[in-house]
Design a protein around this ligand. Structure first.
Ligand code: HEC
Ligand code: HEC
Ligand code: HEC
Ligand code: HEC
Ligand code: HEC
Length: 310
């Protein structure tokens, strides 16, 4: 058995144990999220403590066997000190693999005109969870020195990448599962595995390493403006171009953007062009977030029409 098989066997075993204990969490049918999805990332699905900040929401403890509950929202992605120095993402706290992705251009559509590279860092951050190759709790710098059995790590550590670290904290995970079939999806997929339904369905969130069926990322933004079917982002800075809809000269969270990661590729579309992982208010302060972490609501295909004149 390789480590993946062992981990899957563990998940299934634990899942079976839950079933056997007659836990009420295993009722059938998909469930809507219990997060309020407004005000703060702590009230969204990106709160991987799985306890909504400020109370209410899911209970979280039922997930303790499958991911460490670090009791802090930001730490699954960021750390104030000892962050990952190998990538240009803000105070990034996640271990990062060197995966090769199947990019959209391999599909070979006749209409594509722009060059595609491997996803840039503003996609790799998302893919560090969403490609399903790394445990969602695989971070470099765990909070509360010693409490989680690892003190600060400032270098890439293969134990982390292999999900082979243990936890001193008691009931929390000794297996660290990924957003992948047979792992988080052992329960979070309708009709999957031995559990079937009973937990919110995450199938659509598993992007994987095959990006041929996803809107291209790592793709250059073409010459835009009058006479083309692409809109021209009003503001162009060294690393970022954005549709400055309110004209305040800042890339606001609700403005679609393009990233220039250097390397002569120019401005490119990445995951964070369309999504903000912290949630974006649909109206004024306190309004519900746009669904699926989108920078603008896609009602009337407004996301698409930010760039495409169609
Ligand atoms: C699920 C992962 C995730 C969580 C949780 C998260 N962030 Fe982020 N954050 C990101 C990513 C990814 C970026 C980079 C976005 C981009 O590519 O432009 C980012 C960028 C930022 C930035 C700089 C750019 C910006 O959007 O302002 C700040 C500041 C920030 N995060 C603060 C926080 C704080 C504070 C928390 C906790 C309350 C938090 N984040 C929780 C993923 C996360
Ligand atoms: C720390 C791991 C992690 C990172 C990093 C991360 N995500 Fe997620 N994301 C998840 C998990 C886990 C879920 C689904 C489970 C849940 O409900 O928490 C999710 C759910 C989502 C959803 C579905 C939300 C909904 O309400 O339907 C979207 C969209 C999403 N993520 C986009 C992104 C994007 C874009 C980025 C990068 C800017 C990103 N994620 C970074 C772990 C992560
Ligand atoms: C043994 C089954 C099982 C496994 C494995 C599992 N979960 Fe869960 N999870 C549940 C059940 C049952 C619930 C409670 C019902 C619900 O809210 O979906 C739940 C709830 C959640 C919620 C709250 C859902 C919401 O939005 O209200 C999140 C987020 C979550 N799990 C994330 C994960 C992640 C991430 C993983 C993998 C690291 C994972 N779970 C692994 C069974 C499981
Ligand atoms: C060009 C804009 C755009 C880009 C780039 C983009 N997304 Fe999305 N994404 C969307 C839209 C729009 C939706 C909502 C689709 C819907 O509601 O049916 C969405 C939905 C999602 C969902 C929820 C599942 C689903 O299918 O509805 C996840 C998870 C997600 N995106 C992750 C990512 C990740 C990871 C990347 C980078 C690899 C990415 N997105 C790049 C526009 C984009
Ligand atoms: C951030 C800018 C941006 C946004 C937002 C955006 N696109 Fe694109 N889209 C692009 C770029 C750049 C290309 C590549 C054009 C090319 O190669 O000629 C592209 C290509 C495409 C293509 C053609 C792919 C091919 O094989 O020729 C389709 C279809 C498409 N986008 C649909 C959408 C839809 C649907 C949405 C909304 C969910 C959307 N786009 C949002 C920038 C964007």
């Amino acid at each position: 058995m390789n480590t993946t098989m062992i981990r899957r066997a563990f998940v299934l075993l634990l899942a079976t144990a839950c079933l056997w204990m007659g836990s009420n969490v295993l009722a059938d049918g998909d469930l809507p999220t219990k997060f309020l999805d407004r005000d703060s990332v702590g009230k969204t699905r990106h709160n991987l403590t799985q306890r909504q900040t400020g109370g209410g929401g899911p209970t979280g403890a039922s997930m303790d066997q499958f991911r460490n509950d670090y009791e802090e929202v930001c730490v699954y992605c960021h750390t104030p000190h000892g962050a990952n120095r190998t990538v240009t993402a803000p105070l990034w706290n996640r271990t990062m693999r060197n995966n090769t992705y199947q990019t959209y251009d391999l599909l070979g559509t006749a209409s594509r005109t722009q060059p595609v590279t491997q996803p840039g860092i503003n996609s790799l951050t998302c893919l560090s969870c969403h490609d399903g190759t790394t445990a969602v709790d695989s971070i470099i710098n765990m909070p509360g020195a010693g409490r989680f059995n690892q003190n600060q790590e400032t270098i890439e550590n293969t134990d982390f990448l292999n999900n082979a670290w243990n936890n001193r904290r008691g009931p929390d995970a000794t297996v660290h599962t990924r957003l992948a079939p047979g792992e988080c999806l052992a329960c979070h997929a309708t009709g999957a595995g031995i559990i079937g339904a009973g937990a919110t369905d995450f199938t659509a969130f598993v992007i994987g390493t095959d990006l041929r069926n996803d809107h291209p990322v790592g793709i250059r933004y073409p010459e835009a403006g009058a006479g083309t079917d692409f809109k021209d982002p009003q503001r162009k800075e060294a690393r970022l171009a954005y549709f400055d809809n309110n004209g305040n000269g800042r890339a606001d969270t609700n403005e679609i953007r393009l990233y220039n990661a250097g390397g002569g590729d120019g401005y490119e579309v990445e995951c964070a062009s369309c999504h903000d992982p912290h949630g974006v208010p649909s109206g004024g302060a306190g309004s519900p977030f746009n669904p699926t972490f989108l920078r603008v609501s896609n009602v009337g295909s407004a996301v698409c029409q930010s760039c495409h004149t169609k």
